[in-house]
Design a protein around this ligand. Structure first.
Ligand code: ACM
Ligand code: ZN
Length: 545
């Protein structure tokens, strides 16, 4: 991405701020994202060392959620709660996790949560709903329940009695992390996944590849990581001391082995998060082409570059070998990631090399294409055919509309929402991530912020994000799967800075993609966020205060 193009992506989304919430939310209950229905009841439930966690027999999901609940409770309270098989019956000093009598109308990710003075019951048809019910339940306890170690002092571990029915507004709720510009290690990525799952996001968009670094081991092409994962220094005009990703030889970078990837995929799955990998093509390919220059138009080696901008590191669209290379890479990627969607990038492809390259020109002629834009479309369609053949669907940035959209592609609209609108009107599914509302690399205030790429995206603007454009008719609006937030890391070379840019804006985005539009209320959100930040603080998240 470049500054100029990203700043041109400003569009105004009309949002209606409704008045006070209709559910009469009580000040002592501060849930983020806000549930669909919440009814406070008299009394409260007290957790103690004898509380049981009862999970459906023969339900790996209930057992998984029960185990995570027990772990979190033990860490913060010191109580070692037993996770035992249950029958979904009444809770008696117990937290019940069950699919018995679950409300199917709440969908695969919905849940009911009943807290009474006797106990708590999470009912959901599926594991995701059980997991989200657990997240809501945890938020009813004092924030110290999120602590990384046993809370000090004498805390009463009580939760107010409530009846909650909840389900997401959108099926697609993602956060993205760019690990190419700066590498974040496996534990940091796990933390990123943990936090997004707590906010009921269900997709982690893993931006694994870009001009400045290739971060995933590909067995068939070892030089991708031997060379492409490292650069000589931190770049971007940053202080080398601010970076954390130095190899033993002093080079800057890093990568995930295939075992690391499997570990991350399993970690995410246990939190009902799908990791969607992004392998950029045809542009943003300098790191790959530094290792395998024969797949570029010029066919000669260059360095993996250090700084931001758009580069001519583009795969040669006239070279069948480049397609074979990408298909082999994607083959390994598809084997590692169970995600239905494979992100193939597609953004910001300079056409200079293609316009000069005899092989690219020959391809244009042979395929009867009008120009380099249609060559890009040819490129994406050819890759789509391969990915579809492996049973997966491609998703690309909105530039993949240029020169004609691949038949089954999903569009991620970042240069405003017009690309998404065009795609939806053409019958394609769309994820809305307009820079105007969803680019967490933009600064959070006009002055006084640490170095960043620029831009201005305050919390309230994120909160007011409405993924469905008013101009879409109802039959087209159904193509808007949801939305997501993007954290491009150019100026954020350590994980504390990533957290600073992501939170609390991700809390506001969580609400935009989970909660009903009619419950939007900025003042109410601000009040709830105050309590919610205590939860982040308990976990030592370096959010922006
Ligand atoms: C992008 O920001 N270039 C998708
Ligand atoms: Zn070429």
């Amino acid at each position: 991405m470049t500054m100029s193009r990203r700043f041109s992506a400003l569009i105004v989304v009309s949002c209606i701020a409704w008045g006070a919430s209709a559910d009469g939310a009580n000040a002592t209950i501060s849930l983020v994202p806000k549930p669909m229905q919440i009814e406070q009841k008299p009394g409260e439930f007290s957790l103690d060392a004898n509380t049981a966690i009862l999970v459906d027999k023969d339900s790996p999901d209930a057992a998984n959620v029960g185990r995570q609940l027990a772990e979190r409770i033990e860490r913060a309270t010191g109580y070692v709660l037993k996770v035992s098989p249950g029958d979904g019956g009444d809770a008696r000093n117990a937290i019940v996790v069950t699919s018995k009598d679950a409300d199917a109308k709440l969908g695969a990710e919905g849940y009911r949560l009943d807290v009474t003075p006797e106990g708590a019951t999470i009912r959901a048809t599926g594991g995701a709903g059980m997991f989200y019910g657990m997240q809501t339940l945890l938020q009813l306890f004092p924030p110290a329940i999120f602590g990384k170690s046993k809370a000090e002092g004498n805390i009463a571990w009580t939760a107010p009695a409530v009846r909650i029915a909840d389900r997401p507004r959108f099926v697609w709720r993602d956060l993205h992390l760019d690990v190419s510009r700066h590498f974040f290690n496996k534990e940091e990525v796990k933390n990123y996944i943990d936090l997004l799952a707590q906010h009921k996001f269900n997709t982690f968009h893993f931006h694994l590849v870009d001009d400045q670094g290739w971060r995933i081991e590909i067995k068939r092409y070892p030089k991708l990581t031997e060379m492409g994962a490292w650069r000589k220094d931190i770049g971007f005009g940053l202080n080398p001391k601010d970076g954390t990703a130095y190899g033993p030889d002093g080079r800057y970078g890093g990568f995930y082995t295939q075992d690391d990837i499997r570990e991350l995929v399993a970690y995410a799955k246990a939190r009902y998060v799908t990791i969607m990998p992004e392998i950029e093509m045809p542009g943003h390919a300098c790191a790959a082409l530094a290792a395998y220059p024969s797949y570029s138009c010029e066919g000669r080696p260059g360095d993996a570059p250090r700084d931001g901008g758009i580069f001519n590191g583009v795969y040669c669209a006239g070279n069948d070998g480049a397609f074979e290379f990408l298909e082999n890479v994607l083959s390994e990627v598809i084997d590692l990631f169970p995600s239905k969607y494979i992100h193939i990038g597609g953004d910001e492809v300079p056409k200079d090399n293609w316009n000069k390259c005899p092989k690219c020109q020959a391809r244009i002629k042979k395929e009867g294409l009008a120009n380099a834009h249609e060559l890009q479309s040819y490129f994406i369609k050819r890759i789509e055919k391969f990915v579809n053949g492996r049973g997966r669907t491609i998703i690309g940035w909105d530039e993949i509309l240029e020169g004609g959209l691949a038949p089954n592609a999903v569009v991620m609209s970042w240069r405003g929402m017009n690309g998404g609108i065009a795609a939806a009107n053409a019958g394609h599914d769309v994820v809305m991530t307009p820079a105007s509302h969803c680019y967490f690399d933009y600064l959070q205030a006009k002055t006084g912020e640490p170095k960043g790429i620029g831009g201005f995206l305050p919390l309230e603007t994120v909160y007011q994000f409405e993924p469905v454009p008013a101009s879409l008719s109802a039959d087209k609006a159904k193509h808007i799967l949801g939305g997501g937030g993007n954290l491009w890391s150019e100026y954020f070379p350590n994980y504390a800075q990533v957290q600073y840019m992501t939170y609390p804006r991700a809390c506001a985005l969580a609400e935009a993609v989970w909660s009903d539009a009619k419950s939007k209320d900025w003042k109410d959100f601000q009040t709830r966020l105050e309590s919610h930040l205590q939860r982040l603080k308990a976990q030592d998240v370096k959010y922006r205060p």
